[in-house]
Design a protein around this ligand. Structure first.
Ligand code: ZN
Length: 282
């Protein structure tokens, strides 16, 4: 199953057709895409049984928003692919990867213009994003996928000057400028994939590929992350986890390559779709 946020309304996507869930369910389910994660199991059961053969209409991709536009928690994982750990010059995490937050005001949909912070060095990080569908506290790895509503594509845009300034890294702020957390275009349920633990992800700048990886290479897989994170905190329905980026970011290049006004960034994951960001001067 794939769902979307279409003009701010929860939508089931059936091929080329978009079905408004609030209307199609006779108002049983909310129109607010963020609210559905509180009723995820019930919604999934309804969607699998509802007769929607003739429902829906074509839609415009320009109207897509983030499938989880206002999570209570937006967590992000650092150093979760070996080659990226190497290019970043760190040692590999053993028990727990670095975990930080991106502030929710930075969330946008899949197609957007992003203002480059003045005097900054803005960089790309394509990432698989997990959205939680059932509260998770001390969840075992074997049960972790049951707590996932679905997967989407994310870009963890990062301004490296602020990130590296001061006595300790400023991950949270440097990755939270307006528009720095695009997500979409759809949320795809884990059962939709042949193997949800092996998804190819790519990123290109102006048509030239800069990142290519597979989530098979994650140091901490999605189930391991949910197990590790839920040992410490409670993951809530609708929470978003950016799972880390493969090698090929701008700061790992010689010389470094930062995003410039006019650049177009495309971030894609097999079986989900792509994000498209264009960068503009401040
Ligand atoms: Zn990242």
């Amino acid at each position: 199953m794939r769902i979307a946020n279409l003009s701010g309304r929860l939508t089931l996507v059936l091929g080329e057709r978009a079905v408004d869930v609030h209307d199609a369910s006779d108002h049983r389910f909310p129109a607010d895409p963020q609210a559905i994660y509180e009723q995820w199991e019930e919604f999934k059961a309804w969607a699998s049984e509802a007769d929607l053969k003739d429902a829906g209409r074509p839609y415009d991709a320009a109207d897509l928003g983030a499938p989880a536009p206002a999570p209570r928690q937006l967590l992000a994982i650092g150093l979760n692919y070996r080659e990226h750990v190497d290019e970043a010059g760190f040692t590999q995490p053993e028990d727990m990867p670095p975990v930080f937050t991106k502030f929710c005001s930075s969330i946008t949909g899949p197609l957007s213009d992003v203002v480059l912070p003045e005097g900054g060095h803005t960089d790309w990080e394509v990432e698989l994003v997990t959205v939680i569908g059932k509260a998770a506290r001390r969840v075992r790895e074997a049960d972790a996928w049951d707590h996932v509503a679905g997967l989407t594509v994310g870009q963890d845009l990062s301004e490296r000057v602020l990130q590296m300034s001061g006595p300790a890294p400023q991950f949270g702020l440097a990755k939270s400028y307006p528009g720095f957390s695009p997500m979409g275009p759809f949320l795809v349920t884990p059962d939709d994939f042949v193997d949800p633990d092996a998804l190819e992800l790519t990123c290109s700048v102006n048509g030239a590929e800069v990142q290519r990886g597979s989530t098979r290479q994650l140091i901490f897989s999605v189930p391991q992350l949910i197990a590790k994170l839920s040992e410490v905190l409670t993951l809530l329905p609708g929470d978003v986890i950016y799972t880390g980026t493969p090698a090929g970011v701008g700061f790992g290049r010689t010389p470094p390559r930062w995003l410039r006004p006019g650049d177009e960034l495309i971030s894609a994951i097999q079986g989900i779709g792509e994000l498209r960001q264009r960068f503009v001067a401040a």
